[in-house]
Write a protein of this length. Structure first.
Length: 169
């Protein structure tokens, strides 16, 4: 019985490989988004919200996974400009051919500038929805958290944004 299961598994994998190799769900993409960032655990009474925007580039390895490199301007707070570079893995769960949900996890290198520049590394993670209008154009709505901004353990930012991505297929 175990041999029959092993043979069945090997046969399924052998027939599945050509289909996976012909998948058009791979390739490079670029994108941009805009939204609102909110710094957490900032002094009370301080301005803690501003406009955030992001540019990103990525490579989709298969239908369910891609890697992205992005730059995010998190805004300006009481004269301090905050930005971050990020490298994240994105896991996509397609609901149907056009709609899916995704999660992202990775690292970020952020900077806070107010005359003096402070930098540091931290974690970034998020979740969102993606709707593909066509084979190449997709729309996203997402939430993303940046922890340890500029290396400050208590400083974090939440970003709610909408954006678009363009796949080069």
């Amino acid at each position: 019985m175990k041999a029959a299961i092993a043979v069945l598994g090997i046969a399924a994998a052998a027939f599945g490989l050509p289909a996976a190799a012909q998948s058009t769900d791979t390739g490079f993409y670029v994108g941009a988004s805009i939204g609102q960032s909110k710094l957490k655990d900032v002094c009370s009474g301080c301005d803690d919200k501003d406009t955030a925007w992001r540019f990103l580039g990525g490579y989709q390895l298969n239908r369910n996974f891609s890697a992205e490199l992005g730059y995010t301007n998190l805004g300006e707070y009481s004269g301090t400009k905050v930005n971050a570079w990020e490298l994240v893995g994105v896991g996509l769960f397609p609901i149907n051919n056009q709609f899916g949900i995704y999660g992202k996890l990775g690292g970020q290198h952020s900077e806070a500038k107010s005359g003096v520049s402070e930098t540091g590394n931290g974690l970034t993670y998020g979740a969102g929805l993606q709707f593909d209008l066509s084979r190449n154009l997709g729309l996203r709505g997402e939430w993303q958290r940046y922890d340890k901004i500029a290396g400050i353990s208590d400083l974090k930012s939440d970003v709610l944004s909408v954006g678009a991505i363009w796949h080069f297929r």
